[in-house]
Design a protein around this ligand. Structure first.
Ligand code: ANZ
Length: 706
């Protein structure tokens, strides 16, 4: 009767399942007798590769807390489900010529098998899947609420269109005008897309971060993403016309240091104001910089631009200020135009140097102005008429007052946050529950028409000219009628993968409710989530989108907490194992052979740059929980993951560590079980538990060893 995890673990997992040990009641009266604890994992995307050892790291941590809280007398909500819509399944479906639903089913079955083997105490009766029509019915219902509140609208927006793939790409997927994975050309194309007005929630998303027990770095990432800037819009009259250009600035205190203005190349006034002598060079420039993404434009080291030949009038001095076009000014931020203050803004400084534009210092700071650097800090304002002698911060409000009084500007706040582009030209997502009449009328479907299910289709390839796959859906799906009986067609775009994960934590509370997204009493009892654990990669988008939807649902009266996730914790990534040779260099596991206690590099291989790297197929360093459990059992795997180091730290996987934990478990087993007879160890039974001499001896021996 040696320690045999495969027998022990199977037995207890079966018992737990049969006795429904971890199922929490749905009876609100019953629940109210005890305090609650809602502990949530970021639910996984069931990929074809199956679980890797990074998943169980967070899952083990939440499981430890869930079990503790149950023992402490809490009702514990600890559910699991599948975030299963998305591009990888769609791509796999096209590759293998199998429907994505089948691929998803295959992957979730495998994920569930792997997670169950680990013996976590999930309440499986609450399992959800975002691709289940009974689930996405409510994702669609929330979209309708957004639409009713004018928070969902259609807009012609420039998107990254890849003609070769026939699809729109995310900004992160495009570099140098090409799709990062295949190198196919990407162009900007205007397409009518659904947008969600997340910007109207910017202030609340910012302010309510203060209510949360989250890591400071995650809050800071959210703040930066929202990017609130307070300043002013200043109106510059255009010399010789009745037109104006409007700039956005956070530093109106530097208004007397303006020596030129800059328009973004896509600014609508560029063509209009450019003089005939400068037309050719401006057109050539605008053409040359087209297709560069905003991100690339901000990264560019060497600033470029051209003079339009036109002039603006300084609102206070009346001086004529040249207007340039340069792509360091971003069209989609602020007003797409800036007043340039080269003495106090680094970008303007570099540009002014390059094109020999004047540099006028108007703020006295601790350092002196030199060739390389602008003086970006605060100080005492100089060379600035009525602002002279004021500190920059005071000067900002005095300047704004003057501008407002004279009709030359207004106080203004800008956000980096943009409205959320919510349409995808894909099949494997939630259909948007909207119809278009023949006259172009838009009509949202009534609640009782939900769910709008995805039609079965033989081919889910995109249609011609960027038409989404659903444009080829069978006629009986595509064609519908408006409320007044006139013919209509369905929206053929689907929702992005983020949609389903924006509200899943609510569905777990009442997963089988077919009249409501979630029962109100249950929501009031369980929300907010007390502890949410997941990867730092979700620090911005998922968490921001979910907070946004939650606030909308709060405004609709569906939820009663302002924020969904009270405490957040990010687990650190588990990196792949590497081996060190005698020269102290590190190699991938497949590049070395073990010879005795040493590792010998098989062929002439380049050593790794760092001791460990991310686990990935191409690095041959992925560890599957299955192989660990086969060899050592789930308890060894779980204990090892918790013993690797602080949960939030990045750590390297080491099989020898699992081996060590396994040996510890064997010893623990021998302490309790007599290996010969299989009965409880005689040494344990002999003495009363309180004064167990054997245990005492063991304990003190252990303390001494330490
Ligand atoms: C004059 C000035 C003087 C500025 C100075 C800064 C320092 P944040 O904080 O990021 O909001 N700006 C405005 N719109 C822009 C655009 N579309 N593309 C590129 N730059 C833009 O930055 C606001 C500042 O960035 C603005 O204040 C403007 O330059 C520039 F000593 O105006 B400032």
């Amino acid at each position: 009767m040696r320690y045999n995890p495969s027998v022990i673990e199977k037995k207890w997992q079966k018992t737990w399942a049969e006795q429904k040990k971890f199922q929490v009641s749905s009876d609100i009266e019953e629940l109210k007798k005890k305090p609650k604890y809602y502990i949530l994992d970021m639910f996984p995307y069931p990929s074809g590769a199956g679980l890797h050892v990074g998943h169980p790291e967070g899952y083990t941590a939440t499981d430890v807390v869930a079990r503790l809280k149950r023992m402490q007398g809490f009702n514990v909500m600890h559910p699991m489900g599948w975030d299963a819509f998305g591009l990888p399944a769609e791509r796999a479906a096209m590759r293998e010529n199998i429907h994505p639903a089948i691929i998803t089913e295959r992957n979730t079955t495998n994920f569930k098998r792997q997670i169950e083997r680990l013996g976590f105490s999930y309440d499986w009766s609450r399992e959800i899947n975002t691709t289940d029509p009974q689930y996405y019915k409510w994702t669609q219902w929330i979209f309708l609420q957004l639409y009713k509140k004018d928070l969902a609208y259609l807009s012609e927006v420039p998107v990254n269109w890849c003609p070769a793939l026939g699809t729109v790409l995310a900004n992160e997927e495009v570099k140098d005008g090409k799709y990062v994975e295949t190198g196919d050309l990407v162009e900007k194309k205007l397409m009518r897309q659904w947008m969600l007005r997340i910007t109207s929630y910017a202030d609340r998303l910012l302010e309510d971060l203060d209510l949360l027990d989250w890591p400071e770095n995650v809050k800071e990432m959210q703040r930066n993403w929202i990017g609130k800037s307070e300043g002013a819009e200043i109106f510059f009259d255009l010399s010789g016309t009745d037109k104006q250009i409007v700039v956005f600035t956070t530093r109106p205190d530097t208004i007397f240091g303006v020596t030129y203005c800059v328009l973004a190349p896509e600014h609508p006034l560029v063509a209009e104001i450019t003089t005939s002598e400068n037309r050719e060079s401006v057109t050539a420039y605008v053409h040359a910089v087209q297709g560069r993404s905003d991100l690339e434009r901000q990264e560019v080291v060497e600033k470029t631009g051209v003079n339009t030949g036109a002039f603006a009038i300084h609102p206070f001095t009346g001086a004529k200020i040249p207007i340039w076009v340069a792509d360091y000014v971003i069209g989609s931020y602020g007003t797409g135009a800036v007043m340039a203050v080269p003495a106090h803004d680094q970008r303007d400084h570099e540009f002014a140097h390059k094109y020999s534009l004047p540099i006028v210092q108007v703020v006295q700071t601790d350092s002196d102005l030199n060739q390389e650097k602008a003086l970006e800090g605060d100080g005492i304002v100089v060379n600035s008429d009525f602002l002279n002698g004021l500190h920059s911060t005071q000067a900002i409000s005095v300047a704004i007052d003057h501008l407002e009084k004279n009709g030359h500007g207004v106080k203004n706040i800008q956000y980096r946050l943009r409205d959320w582009l919510f349409s995808r030209q894909r099949y494997w997502g939630e259909p948007v529950p909207v119809l278009y009449g023949v006259d172009g009328r838009i009509e949202a479907l009534p609640d009782d028409a939900l769910p709008v299910e995805l039609p079965p289709m033989d081919s889910i390839k995109p249609g011609a000219d960027g038409q989404p796959p659903l444009a080829n859906a069978p006629k009986n799906w595509l064609e519908a009628t408006l409320a007044d009986g006139t013919p209509a067609t369905r929206e053929v775009n689907t929702m992005p993968q983020w949609a389903g994960s924006c509200w899943y934590y609510l569905r777990y509370l009442d997963p089988h409710n077919d009249t409501q997204l979630c029962n109100e009493e249950l929501e009031k009892y369980w929300m907010p989530v007390d502890l949410y654990i997941g990867g730092i990669e979700h620090a911005v988008l998922h968490l921001l989108y979910a907070r946004f939807w939650h606030k909308v649902l709060y405004d609709c009266g569906v939820v009663h907490s302002k924020e969904p996730f009270h405490k957040l914790f990010n687990q650190g990534m588990i990196l792949g194992q590497s081996y060190q040779d005698s020269a102290g260099k590190y190699y991938y596991p497949h590049e070395v052979e073990q010879k005795g206690a040493d590792y010998v590099v098989k062929a002439t291989q380049k050593p790794l740059k760092a001791q460990t790297e991310k686990m990935s197929k191409s690095r041959y360093n992925v560890i599957s929980p299955d192989e660990v459990i086969d060899q050592y059992g789930a308890d060894a795997m779980r204990l090892y993951e918790m013993f690797m180091g602080p949960l939030e730290q990045v750590k390297m996987w080491q099989m020898s560590g699992v081996e060590g934990v396994y040996r510890f478990l064997c010893r623990l087993w021998r302490l309790v079980v007599d290996e010969e007879t299989g009965a409880l160890s005689a040494k344990l039974v002999d003495a009363p538990a309180s004064s167990n001499a054997y245990m005492q001896k063991w304990l003190h021996q252990s303390i001494k060893k330490k």
